[in-house]
Design a protein around this ligand. Sequence first.
Ligand code: G4P
Length: 280
Amino acid sequence: MNYQWYPGHMTKARRMMQEDIKLIDLVIELVDARAPMSSRNPDIDELARNKARVVLLNKSDLADPAQNSRWAAYFKEKGFHVLEINAKTGMGVKSIGTLVQEACREKIERDRRRGIKNRPIRAMVVGIPNVGKSTFINAFAGKACTKTGNKPGVTKGKQWIRLDKNLELLDTPGILWPKFDDQSVGMKLAFLGSINDEIIVMQELALDLIESLKKSYPGLLAKRYEIEEEANRVQVLMNIARARRCFAKGEELDYGRAATLLIDDFRSGRLGRITLEVVS
Ligand code: G4P
């Protein structure tokens, strides 16, 4: 399938983010641990130049644990402060406070030298759609947080969530759009559900997923659905349809249903913890 996507509000969102980034010290970037490269827009490195940086490998519960460690090491080597988290359960979220302090050590030192005490660090959460930004903000900020009002002149129209005396978070996340120069990036994002499903042909997506899983996790589909994992991917989808009794009318197989079932099983983690790209 040819994966293409032209979101309507891309330019506006980017402009907003450019403005918001001026107000903050630290960028907390969420990536999807199942495809940490494809799910980040490299433009953020340019946009967030001179800012402290944290990368969170979110949905780490759905990704391959061994690959999570490799990706964490990869980002650390690039100079980011990194954590594996699960925003849905809150796993890892408690450690972020310490990570933020580490990431902003220079700024804290600079403030101290200038005699500025207790100026909170200001942070902003960014990431592509569906990566878990809202879930993360809720988990991180919790219920106990207080929303601070507009601060005239400085943060006109902006809402900040005061997490503690050291940290304030912009309450609206920055939305980045994935980059689509490479078809395989589009394909992985479609597997993850980060591209609007309405523009995706589910059956073709399922066939691409079968091909990809057969290569990186051979035997996994055979085990999950108790089927033959044959060379021909259409045959594999047919086997899944038969194994899961996806029939249209009579004995006719319903490939659409089988495709949706497979994609849902992948996205929800029922196929196991899978990472779609490895550190090269
Ligand atoms: P966004 O703001 O970046 O667009 O993402 P959002 O928080 O809306 O999260 C998108 C989906 O990802 C939600 O699922 C959310 O529950 C899920 N999610 C976020 N973080 C994690 C995580 O670390 N692990 C897992 N397993 N899932 C995560 P949904 O199906 O849209 O909603 P719901 O049915 O979970 O409420």
